[in-house]
Ligand binder design. Structure first.
Ligand code: ADP
Ligand code: MG
Length: 236
């Protein structure tokens, strides 16, 4: 079966610097694919390329068998892509529930937006904060609300950029279980994360980026003992 997401030979240049250089990776339906690497490796830039916010100078992005390299973010969203940002991007004055409704009303189940949101609020355990303003919840909860908002469009491909940053240990443990259950539902999850324990616990495959290149691919256990990966992190 073809991969849900195929990223092939992507290059991105900022000024004279190659932020991404020949990056190829795939993400599969029903799997959590990890993307790790030191700060500045190019992880968020790759998410921008996959979600259509940045044009690569070379390479292509294929989503569900469709070449979307030239498609904008809205079209990719219609083809099932949703993402969160490393910097939180919630509507602070709106309630948590309304943040989710705004998203649900853009998704394929928009006619049942209230039901979709109610389901997600329950699944993510957000009942207690659903009706408070988004800017009044803790950082850990806000991260979860961002994921909830991405889920409200019923994505087939979910890109998460450091979703556990600011979560405490108990929140991260619940979050790990959520990621596994999303994969079990058939979602392809691409996870950028610094919390190595979370990566090791939930990822089926991990890609390691360093200085814009993929330096290692394998199971969490394989990449953890890869000399090139250890060297990249030590050099940080
Ligand atoms: P990561 O998410 O892995 O920490 P980024 O994708 O944010 O890395 O950044 C990769 C490289 O590209 C870094 O060297 C960063 O400074 C550079 N970079 C990122 N965004 C821009 C931009 N908008 N303009 C210029 N350089 C950028
Ligand atoms: Mg980043």
């Amino acid at each position: 079966m073809p991969s849900l997401l195929e990223v092939d030979d992507i290059a991105v240049v900022f000024g004279g610097n190659r932020a991404l250089d020949g990056v190829t990776l795939t993400a599969e339906a029903g799997r959590v694919t990890g993307l790790i690497g030191p700060n500045g490796a190019g992880k968020s830039t790759l998410f921008d390329v996959v979600s259509g916010l940045r044009r690569p100078v070379t390479g292509k992005v294929v989503l569900g068998g469709r070449d979307v390299t030239r498609a904008g973010p809205a079209r990719r969203a219609r083809h099932g892509l949703a993402r969160t940002f490393q910097r939180l991007e919630l509507f602070g004055r709106l309630s948590v529930r309304d943040n989710l409704l705004v998203a649900a009303e853009l998704g394929p189940d928009r006619r049942h937006a209230h039901r979709v949101v109610a389901e997600i609020v329950e699944r993510l355990g957000l009942e207690a904060v659903a009706d408070v303003s988004a800017d009044s919840v803790s950082t850990g909860t806000a991260r979860l609300v961002e994921v909830a908002r991405a889920l409200a469009v019923r994505p087939t491909l979910l890109l998460l950029d450091e979703p556990a940053a600011g979560q405490d240990a108990a929140e991260t443990e619940r979050f790990a279980a959520l990621l596994r259950s999303l994969a079990d539902d058939g979602t392809a999850v691409l996870l950028v994360e610094h919390d190595m324990e979370l990566v090791m616990n939930v990822c089926d495959t991990v890609h390691v980026l360093d200085l814009g290149r993929v330096i290692s691919v394998g199971t969490p256990a394989e990449v953890r003992r890869d000399e090139a990966v250890l060297a990249a992190y030590l050099g940080q």
